[in-house]
Ligand binder design. Structure first.
Ligand code: DAH
Length: 353
């Protein structure tokens, strides 16, 4: 019996040596220490053994059991260590590898143009004035000299907001242009000192909304930058000088500017300013449609009625105003042929800028 126990121990330990995986370890445990293993059968047979042999065999059987259990624990531990070591080596971090560049966001092309406009007018002494996007008919039209039923309103089909009450001739709407900010700004400035309102040098950027038939040239939302300068002795010459300087700062020192008579209800006289085509230098090309000129902005001298609506006495004060379409300008600069790209949120477009 003792001989058999030695053999059980020797074979089990030898088998254990060769085991490399957790499942096979469990198999070994069942075969070696399980209920019906040879070792356990020795325990079962102890009762039928001659009395004098029992203590020695029992002691030895217990020794073998403990030895095998200890060997099993040791082997399991060694296997765990080996697995851990392998994982550590496989997942080793090579800090000398070059990093992967992170995906960086960028500014929307219209925002890039806006910032350039802010910089230029900022250098000229203009401040940014933020005005609301939800307006009343009074500010969006009437105070700017568009009375109800004025034909010039037709160019600015509007989104009216249902406020649940009949507001008569003063409905609420999404602003169709940034010009109502002129009145809000002048009223704020003049309220502080009604007898001597301070000079105004501001640009008013922001989103405008019109009920348009959407096409490559027209969108229902777009960005404008309004400009307003009010003070004593401001002339049309100041307007021309400022617009020409803006053209040169934007497109280059050699760029010429021309002014064509136009009409806006809130300016008198009114003009549209064309900048010489930055691409062909006036020679004629597809961007300027072979005219050599690009229509960039509307402008004019602030109408006396608008001045007084803002709290500025037109007998003492004069001023000029202008309005620039930011998307249109961006389209010209980057030769973008469809305005719908701007707010369509297609990354294939946006990531080009
Ligand atoms: N508000 C005009 C529009 O949206 C643009 C404009 C033209 C603004 C002339 C001005 C201006 O301030 O003087 O069509």
């Amino acid at each position: 019996m003792l001989e058999q126990l030695n053999q059980i121990e020797g074979e089990a330990l030898a088998a254990l040596e060769g085991i490399a995986g957790d499942e096979r370890l469990e198999g070994w445990r069942v075969a070696t220490l399980g209920r019906s293993s040879p070792l356990m059968q020795v325990f079962d047979q102890l009762g039928q053994m001659p009395k004098e042999e029992r203590p020695a065999v029992g002691r030895r059987a217990n020794e073998v059991k403990r030895a095998l259990e200890a060997a099993l624990a040791e082997r399991a531990d060694a296997l765990r260590q080996a697995t851990l070591l392998r994982a550590l080596q496989a997942e080793q971090l090579d800090v000398t590898l070059p990093g992967r560049p992170g995906a960086r966001g960028r500014l929307h092309p219209a925002t890039q143009t806006l910032r350039q406009i802010y910089r230029i007018f900022g250098e000229m002494g203009f401040q940014i004035y933020r005005s609301r996007e939800v307006e009343t008919d009074e500010y969006n039209f009437q105070l700017l000299n568009f009375p109800p039923n004025h034909p010039a309103r037709e160019m600015q089909d509007s989104y009216y907001i249902d406020t649940g009450t009949d507001r008569g001739e003063n409905p609420v709407l999404l602003r169709t242009h940034t010009s109502p900010g002129q009145i809000r700004a002048m009223r704020e400035y003049s309220a502080a000192n009604p007898d001597n309102p301070p000079p105004v040098r501001i640009i008013l950027p922001g989103m405008c909304y019109r009920y348009e038939q959407i096409s490559a040239r027209y969108e229902i939302q777009f960005t404008q930058v309004e400009g307003l300068a009010v003070g004593e002795h401001i002339t049309f010459g100041d307007l021309k000088g400022t617009m020409s300087d803006f053209a040169r700062r934007l497109f280059g020192q050699q760029v010429r500017t021309r002014f064509r008579a136009s009409h806006f209800p809130f300016t008198e006289p009114s003009a549209e300013a064309d900048f010489e085509c930055f691409l062909c230098g006036g020679e004629g090309c597809p961007v300027c449609k072979y005219t050599g000129w690009l229509e960039i902005l509307g402008c004019g001298m602030v109408h006396p009625v608008v001045l007084s609506n803002g709290g500025y006495d037109p007998r003492r004060y004069t001023g000029y105003a202008f309005g620039i379409g930011a998307e249109r300008l961006t389209m010209l600069r980057h030769r973008i042929e469809d305005i719908r790209y701007f707010w369509g949120n297609d990354l294939r477009f946006l990531e080009q800028f």
